[in-house]
Design a protein around this ligand. Structure first.
Ligand SMILES: Cc1cc2nc3c(=O)[nH]c(=O)nc-3n(C[C@H](O)[C@H](O)[C@H](O)COP(=O)(O)OP(=O)(O)OC[C@H]3O[C@@H](n4cnc5c(N)ncnc54)[C@H](O)[C@@H]3O)c2cc1C
Length: 290
């Protein structure tokens, strides 16, 4: 099915965008990768969300998700790993499928990571964001897995089942060592992915690893990693006062567009992004005579 609007991210901004667009009768799909805002769920007490005082972040998210599930919006609990413009619309890739939409709302929250040197250059040529999609290409080979989130461990172990050896860089606290013998845990700092036409290795602050692939597992990837050409300012997506990015048909709201990082702002911006997307679709349909 082709959707009118695809929302990437199921935090306050994305849920607000999906509820708004669905309430206006648009066909909406929302993608969420990590259980609906691990960021807000980590907050013990939110005191300043209008109308719901003294609530935990987790309870507040549950309320938002309950509301989302009452709408006609489809919810896909998978990560978007690829986004590209195709004709007048967009194709969005998850580890298990491809979806189409006429407009996209980015609501992915803040990305704490910057692109590693060489990451963008070798994306699709040895750099990957998904073990399930690309793992088999490296069957019997040596690979690196760099993870900033604990739930990536399942993907790392999946790689170990296929590949000869996995050098695993856990970049988060509270790390539990994996049990598989062909996984080596490396606590060095990754610095640069190198290669020729394909990845050949990774430099750290003190060593060099000769590998055929580097898998990156993050809570939120830098947005320009999966949408080339997207204008970024600092670590935020550039948007104008109508929540439009520099790419026609792509809108953004919430923490991914910058500070202040607050739920009320995120929800308001998600709504603005959805309304702008709806206006864009109506104008476009008039123009092409739908
Ligand atoms: C310690 C702490 C305390 C805070 N206290 C408050 C407070 O008291 N009051 C307040 O208003 N705010 C508070 N905040 C801020 C609040 O949590 C954020 O402003 C809010 O969660 C932003 O919403 P968002 O939807 O923009 O992003 P997030 O809530 O970060 O949601 C983004 C979502 O996008 C998903 N995602 C990212 N990339 C992809 C992808 N490629 N595919 C699919 N899904 C993807 C992520 O899994 C995530 O669920 C606090 C934050 C922290 C960390």
């Amino acid at each position: 099915m082709k959707y009118d609007i695809a929302v990437i991210g199921g935090g306050p901004a994305g849920i607000s965008a999906a509820i708004t667009a669905a309430s206006k009768g648009r066909k909406v799909v929302l993608f969420e990768a990590h259980g609906f805002s691990p960021r807000l769920r980590s907050v013990e007490k939110v005191a300043d969300y209008m109308g719901i005082p003294d609530v935990s972040g987790s309870r507040l998210m549950d309320i938002f998700v309950e509301h989302l599930r009452m709408t006609d919006a489809d919810v896909v609990e998978e990560k978007i790993i690829a986004l590209k413009e195709v004709g007048e619309g967009f194709e969005l890739g998850t580890p298990s499928g491809v979806y189409e939409a006429d407009a996209v709302v980015l609501a992915t929250g803040i990305s704490r990571s910057e692109l590693l040197t060489g990451e963008k250059e070798f994306l699709g040529r040895g750099v990957s964001y998904c073990a399930k999609v690309d793992g088999m290409n490296y069957k019997g080979k040596k690979v690196i897995a760099i993870a900033t989130v604990p739930d990536a461990l399942a993907e790392v172990e999946y790689l170990a089942d296929i590949c000869e050896h996995v050098f695993f860089f856990p970049r988060y606290t509270g790390f539990v060592p994996p049990k598989k013998k062909n996984i080596t845990v490396v606590m060095e700092t990754p610095l640069e992915i190198t290669g020729t036409d394909k990845v050949t290795g990774l430099h750290t602050d003190s060593d060099f690893f000769s590998v055929q692939a580097v898998f990156m597992f993050r809570a939120s990837d830098p947005l320009n990693s999966f949408l080339p050409g997207l204008q970024i300012r600092g670590r935020s997506v550039y948007v104008d006062d109508q929540a439009e990015t520099n790419i026609e048909g792509v809108f953004a709201g919430g923490d991914c567009t910058g500070q202040p990082w607050q739920c009320n702002r995120a929800a308001g911006q998600g709504q603005k992004a959805a309304l702008s997307a709806i206006r864009y679709l109506s104008k476009r349909d008039e123009r092409i005579g739908y």
